[in-house]
Write a protein that binds this ligand. Structure first.
Ligand SMILES: [Zn+2]
Length: 244
């Protein structure tokens, strides 16, 4: 085995590690980017429920305001009642007090009627919510399962990346730094595949470059046989490598 061949063996291993790292990172990104249909449905249902909750806020606020008002009117009405119970109250004033009492009773009744209307509105929204809550409950278990599975997948891919990066560290001692940086440059310009192998086709006389799937010329094959230097694919410019 020539020196160049053994160097290429090493670099080809490095490329395999690099590609596996890329593949695992891509899988992780895919999980982050693409929601599972169940997760999407879950998110959309939650968004709908949130929208209904928001719709209810002004009704709830208005009902609270009216309840506070009723409390105030009831206090005032109590004060009036105390004046009525008081025998010292001037009879002339009584008529006025009765009117005042009637006024508070009316105000309380109006506010209470309005609260009933608000409660009906809130109840209608609750009814609309119910269907979505049921749908959410129906998918809850699957949602949890899918979410846990995807988190586990991500963890597994991340652990794999870590392991591969450790393996990659061994290549820091690669003897031929010039070749290593040449490899890295080619990697950048050739979709992570700096080194391509030669593949047989059905026609035994035709061999193709796995980088571009184009036939490799006889002269290139002969150069590869000699293996005394780097041989490039005439078409895509990748380093050609013949697995030993
Ligand atoms: Zn090629």
């Amino acid at each position: 085995m020539t020196e160049m061949t053994s160097k290429l063996d090493e670099l080809f291993k490095l490329q395999q590690i690099d590609n596996q790292i890329l593949q695992n990172m891509r899988r992780i990104r895919q999980i982050d980017k693409v929601e599972h249909p169940v997760q999407k449905k879950h998110r959309e249902l939650n968004a709908k429920l949130e929208a209904f909750d928001k719709e209810q806020i002004p009704f709830k606020a208005k009902a609270k305001e009216l309840q506070d008002q009723i409390a105030v009117y009831k206090d005032k009405k109590n004060n009036v009642d105390m004046k009525l119970d008081d025998s010292q109250t001037d009879p002339k004033e009584l008529q006025f007090i009765f009117k005042e009492r009637e006024q508070y009773t009316k105000l309380i009744k109006t506010a209470e009627d309005e609260i009933v209307k608000l409660m009906l509105e809130l109840g209608n929204i609750d009814l609309k919510k119910r269907g979505f809550v049921e749908q959410l409950n129906d998918i809850e278990e699957e949602f949890k399962k899918v979410t846990a599975e995807r988190a586990a997948d991500k963890e597994r891919f991340a652990a794999e990346v870590e392991k591969l990066r450790d393996e990659r560290k061994a290549f820091k001692n690669f003897s031929d730094k010039t070749l290593l940086s040449h490899y890295q440059e080619l990697q950048k310009t050739h979709d992570g595949m700096a080194i391509a192998t030669i593949e047989d086709t059905e026609d035994k006389d035709i061999k193709v470059c796995t980088g571009c799937n184009v036939e490799v010329s006889l002269r290139t094959l002969q150069a590869l046989e000699r293996a005394d230097g780097l041989v490039y694919c005439q078409r895509c410019g990748r380093i050609l490598y013949r697995q030993g």
